[in-house]
Design a binder for this molecule. Structure first.
Ligand SMILES: Cc1cc2nc3c(=O)[nH]c(=O)nc-3n(C[C@H](O)[C@H](O)[C@H](O)COP(=O)(O)O)c2cc1C
Length: 376
């Protein structure tokens, strides 16, 4: 599997997810079998490039290549400038976001909303390709199947993008109108694949080795991309890789190994975000890891009250040590314990005295999420 001049380790990709696929998470997924990862999107708004948030997103220290950065925006020249800015900071591939359903840039809808305005979408593609060409940086495009059920224009946009010089297209099998509701469909992805000569990547609801195999077979896609299924289960990539190669399932990971990789993940996470933000943004990752484990819900509620890196790491280590005393391997690593929304990790049934604190933390988390949405 190639993107331009880059040969990838395999055809299993981590999806870009704002607030999730930061550098520590991408590195972890790559270490656990993902062949390729795209960064969280970076805004095309120049006034935000110097914010801590954007500079964290543009930080690729120690990340194995190729370094792919996703950019989002609604103005062709601003998008071209954003591509150049990220190339200067180490991007080797630029991905254009036409897949995200809910991001506003300069009071205009960016992401998948661009699919409603084909001339603008193609103007952006042409400007970004022109900015990347002198640096020999391939441009890729991530899109949905269309704007709405009645307007599935993925094939038309993908073909035009290919003619404009785009070197890979990823299609999430939902329309923008669907958001994340309903189910992904793969017929439109098959149609895109049949129409294009560049690589096509299938995305949406792929959460098990069998599903990856079936989607690859039914669409003829060159690769599959997984997002939510990797939350709290970054080893899904090696599970899928093993299944595709051998037709058998890998044993679930050892509890001791998951403890080690989560503690390492947390250390990288705190290094990037610092203590205050690091502890708060780590809660969702920890919540995903423990969600389906015995005692996980209870632990998550207690862990959400902790405010220091030391406390959080020790609690995680103790949780997995106690689990390890009862079982060797992580139970039930099926699709059921992976995909979950970004919003459902703040709490559960708790004793009365903790409720105020939980509510405060929920408000803090909501504020953080809103702030993130507004900034991009
Ligand atoms: C929390 C979250 C953040 C996301 N952020 C982005 C993003 O920044 N850029 C993008 O193209 N897609 C984004 N997506 C969409 C995913 O890349 C992917 O297309 C979608 O989740 C469907 O794949 P899945 O079913 O494997 O999760 C995001 C999805 C989630 C759940």
């Amino acid at each position: 599997m190639n993107i331009g001049q880059f040969t990838l380790a395999n055809a299993l990709f981590v999806a870009p997810m704002a607030g999730v696929t930061d550098r520590p998470f991408r590195q972890l997924c790559k270490a656990l079998g993902a062949g390729y990862a795209v960064s969280e999107m970076v805004t095309s708004r120049r006034d935000l490039w110097n914010t801590l948030k954007t500079s964290r997103r543009a930080n690729h220290d120690g990340e194995p290549g190729p370094i792919a950065v996703q950019i989002a925006g609604t103005d062709a020249q601003m998008m071209a400038a954003a591509a150049a800015y990220n190339i200067d900071r180490g991007a080797q591939i630029i991905d254009i976001n036409m897949g995200c359903p809910a991001k506003k840039v300069c009071n205009k809808w960016a992401g998948s909303a661009l699919m409603q305005d084909e001339p603008l979408a193609l103007e952006i593609v042409a400007a970004v390709v022109a900015a990347c060409e002198p640096h020999k940086v391939p441009v890729t495009l991530k899109m949905r199947t269309g704007w709405s059920q009645a307007n599935k224009n993925a094939v038309r946009i993908a073909l035009a993008a290919q003619e404009a010089g785009v070197q890979m297209v990823t299609v999430h099998g939902r329309t923008r109108e669907q958001g994340y509701g309903g189910h992904a469909e793969y017929d439109t992805i098959s149609a895109v694949k049949a129409a294009l000569r560049i690589p096509v990547v299938a995305n949406g609801d792929i959460n098990s080795p069998e599903k990856a195999r079936d989607v690859l077979a039914s669409t003829g896609a060159d690769a599959v991309m997984m997002g939510r299924a990797a939350q709290g289960r970054p080893w899904i990539f090696r599970e899928v890789a093993h299944f595709l190669a051998h037709g058998t399932h890998l044993a679930p990971p050892l509890v001791a190994d998951v403890k080690r990789l989560l503690v390492d993940h947390l250390r990288d996470h705190y290094d990037l975000y610092g203590e205050f933000l690091g502890v708060r943004t780590a809660r969702k990752h920890i919540g995903w890891y423990v969600k389906a484990l015995p005692g996980g819900e209870d632990f998550r509620n207690r862990m959400n009250l902790m405010e220091s890196c030391g406390q959080q790491t020790t609690a995680v280590a103790n949780f997995f040590d106690e689990l390890g005393a009862r079982m060797d391997r992580i139970p039930g690593t099926g699709a059921d314990c992976a995909a979950s929304s970004d919003q459902d990790h703040a709490g559960g049934s708790l004793a009365g005295e903790n409720k105020d604190k939980i509510n405060r933390l929920r408000k803090e988390e909501k504020w953080r999420q809103q702030h993130e949405q507004e900034a991009h």
